[in-house]
Write a protein that binds this ligand. Structure first.
Ligand code: ADP
Ligand code: GLC
Length: 496
C-alpha cells in the first residue's frame, strides 16, 4: 500500500538524462530525484534511459535483460535493454541501431536526433510489454520522449496491453520542439497525416487536440506529444501561465490557450540529500545555516583555483549555466563589465554556443584577476561556485524552472535573478519580507546591472546579508510537496 493508502501505481518514467548517471542540465536533476521520491511513497516507478555513448562501459560484456523489438517500415528493429538502478529505482538502458548511430546525447539539429529518440521511446514501451509489466501511466519528459505519448494516444488505444495506460508529459523547455521529425515519425509508423484532418494512419483519432495544432507542428515532436498526452505539466506554475503568451509560447500559445484543461504547472525541487552543504565532500569547508562564516574558506579556494585576487572583502558573483540565449549570458556579460570595472569579482562556468564561449573568454581576458571563465562541464567547480560565491547570477530570458538558483540558495549564495518562470516562483527580493535574493524585471543588461548594484550595497550590510543567506539555506526546496502534486495529477488522469 502507498502512503495515501491507495493501490500503488505502476509508472514508466522516460527521460533522455538522469543524474548522476548522465547529466546535461536540470532535466537530469529532476529525473534523478522525482521517480525515487515517488517510490518512497510506495509507487512502482521504473525509469528508462537511452544507452548514451558514455554509458556503454557500464554494460560492456553484459547480456541484455530484455530484447524488445520496434516496428519500423514494416520490419522489426531490435533493441536491447540493460537493467541497473538509480536511487533505489530500477533503470533500463535502451540500446539499438539508431542509438549506436550517434556519438552524443544531443545533436544541435534535433532532426538528426529524431530517429534515435523516437526509437528509444517506442522501445521503452515494447520493453515493458516484453516484461509483462503493464504501466498504469507513462510519464515522459520533453520532445525526446514525446513519441511515447503519441503512440499511446493512437496505436495504443486498440492495443490489448496498453489500452488502459494513460500518459502525462512534463514540459521542461517549450522552444526545444524536436523539429524536422516527420521522416522519423513516418519511419516508425507515427506519421501524422495532413493538417487539418489528422486521421487514422497512425491510429490517431480526429479531433480538436490534433486538429487545432498549427500546420508546422505535424512534423514536430513536442507539440504532437502535448496534443496526445492526457495531461501536460510545466516545471513551474508561472511557466504554465507564461507559455500562453506570445513572449514565451514559441508560436504555440494560441493552441495552448485552447488546451488549458490539460495544462498545469508543478515546481521542481532539489534533492536535499544530494545538495547538502553540511555534508558535501566536494567542498573544502562544509557549513550550515548557522555557520555561514565557514564559507570564507570556500571563497578563498575558489579565488585561488580561478586565479582571482585573494580578497575576502570584494563581492564575488558566480554563474553556472548552459551558455545560450535562453540563459541571458550576453546580458550577464554586459552587466558584469561594470561590476568588475568597479573592482568586484566574477566566475563563470559553462558550456554551449561557441560565440558565447568566446565572449566569456574575452570578458575574462579584459578583467584579469577579477573575472575568470572555465568552459566545459565540471561538477566539482560548480559546487565550489555554489558554496564559495557571494551571489549567483541568473538573468534568463525565459526559465521554465531553474534548478541552479535553488542550489545556490541552499549553499548560501544569494541569487540575482530575472523575475521569470520558476525564478519568480522560487526567489523573493530582499526589499520585502523573507527575501532570499535580488530580483529584477527586465531581460536587459541595465536591469541586471542595477540589481548587481544593490547586491554591492548589501555586501556591506553584513547582518542583512547573513540573514538572507540563512533564510535561503533553510528554505524547503525538497520534493515532498511537489510529489504530492504530481500524484494528485496522476490520480485525476487515471480517474478520467
Ligand atoms: P537548465 O536545465 O536549463 O540547463 P537548470 O538550472 O534547471 O538549467 O539546471 C542546470 C543544472 O546543470 C544544475 O544542476 C547546474 O548546476 C548544472 N550545470 C549547468 N552547467 C554546468 C556546468 N558547466 N558544469 C557543471 N554543472 C552544470
Ligand atoms: C530545463 C529548463 C530549466 C528547468 C530544467 C528542469 O532545462 O531550462 O528551467 O529547471 O529543465 O526542469
Amino acid at each position: 500500500m502507498t502512503e495515501g493508502n491507495h493501490k500503488p501505481w505502476k509508472v514508466l518514467y522516460l527521460a533522455a538524462e538522469a543524474a548522476p548517471l548522465i547529466k546535461v542540465g536540470g532535466l537530469a536533476d529532476v529525473a534523478g530525484a522525482l521517480p525515487a521520491e515517488m517510490r518512497r511513497k510506495g509507487h512502482d516507478v521504473r525509469i528508462v534511459l537511452p544507452l548514451h555513448p558514455s554509458l556503454r562501459g557500464m554494460v560492456a560484456g553484459k547480456k541484455p535483460d530484455a530484447r524488445p523489438a520496434v516496428s519500423a517500415r514494416g520490419s522489426m528493429m531490435q533493441a536491447e535493454a540493460y537493467r541497473t538502478e538509480l536511487g533505489g529505482a530500477p533503470v533500463y538502458l535502451i540500446d539499438g541501431p539508431p542509438l549506436r548511430a550517434t556519438d552524443s546525447i544531443y545533436h544541435a539539429d534535433s532532426g538528426r536526433d529524431a530517429p534515435k529518440y523516437v526509437f528509444f521511446s517506442l522501445a521503452a514501451l515494447e520493453l515493458v510489454r516484453t516484461l509483462g509489466w503493464k504501466p498504469d501511466l507513462v510519464h515522459t519528459n520533453d520532445w525526446h520522449t514525446a513519441a511515447a505519448n503519441l503512440w499511446l494516444a493512437g496505436r495504443g488505444r486498440p492495443d490489448r496491453f496498453f489500452k488502459d495506460t494513460r500518459s502525462v508529459l512534463s514540459i521542461h523547455n517549450l522552444p526545444y520542439f524536436g523539429q524536422n521529425a516527420g521522416w522519423a515519425l513516418a519511419q516508425f509508423g507515427l506519421g501524422v497525416p495532413e493538417h487539418p484532418t489528422p486521421k487514422i494512419d497512425s491510429g490517431l483519432a480526429e479531433g480538436d487536440r490534433f486538429g487545432a495544432l498549427p500546420y508546422w507542428a505535424f512534423s514536430t515532436l513536442l507539440p504532437l506529444g502535448i496534443a496526445a498526452a492526457d495531461m501536460n505539466i510545466t516545471v513551474s506554475p508561472s511557466y504554465a501561465e507564461e507559455i500562453l503568451t506570445p513572449e514565451f509560447g514559441a508560436g504555440l500559445e494560441d493552441y495552448l490557450r485552447t488546451q488549458t484543461d490539460r495544462l498545469t504547472g508543478i515546481l521542481n525541487g532539489i534533492d536535499p540529500a544530494v545538495w547538502d552543504p553540511s555534508a558535501d565532500a566536494r567542498l573544502p569547508s562544509r557549513f550550515g545555516p548557522d555557520t555561514t562564516a565557514l564559507r570564507a574558506a570556500n571563497k578563498a579556494a575558489l579565488q585561488q583555483r580561478m586565479r582571482l585576487d585573494a580578497d575576502p572583502d570584494v563581492p564575488l558573483v558566480g554563474i553556472v549555466s548552459r551558455l545560450n540565449e535562453q540563459k541571458g549570458i550576453d546580458l550577464a556579460l554586459a552587466a558584469l563589465e561594470c561590476w568588475c570595472g568597479r573592482g568586484n569579482q566574477a566566475v563563470i562556468l559553462g558550456a554551449g554556443d561557441p560565440w558565447l564561449e568566446q565572449q566569456c573568454a574575452a570578458f575574462a581576458a579584459r578583467h584579469r584577476r577579477r573575472a575568470a571563465v572555465e568552459t566545459g562541464y565540471h561538477d566539482d567547480l560548480a559546487v565550489l561556485i555554489y558554496g564559495g560565491s557571494d551571489y549567483f547570477l541568473v538573468p534568463s530570458r525565459y526559465e521554465p524552472c531553474g534548478i541552479s538558483q535553488m542550489i545556490a540558495m541552499r549553499y548560501g549564495s544569494l541569487p540575482v535573478v530575472r523575475a521569470v518562470g520558476g525564478l519568480k516562483d522560487t526567489v523573493r527580493d530582499i526589499s520585502g519580507d523573507a527575501g532570499t535574493g535580488l530580483v529584477f524585471t527586465d531581460a536587459s543588461s541595465t536591469s541586471a546591472a542595477m540589481a548587481l548594484g544593490r547586491a554591492e550595497e548589501l555586501f556591506r550590510q553584513k547582518d542583512r546579508l547573513t540573514a538572507a543567506q540563512r533564510l535561503g539555506m533553510e528554505k524547503d526546496f525538497g520534493w515532498a510537496r511537489s510529489v504530492e502534486e504530481y500524484l494528485a495529477v496522476y490520480r485525476r488522469v487515471l480517474a478520467g
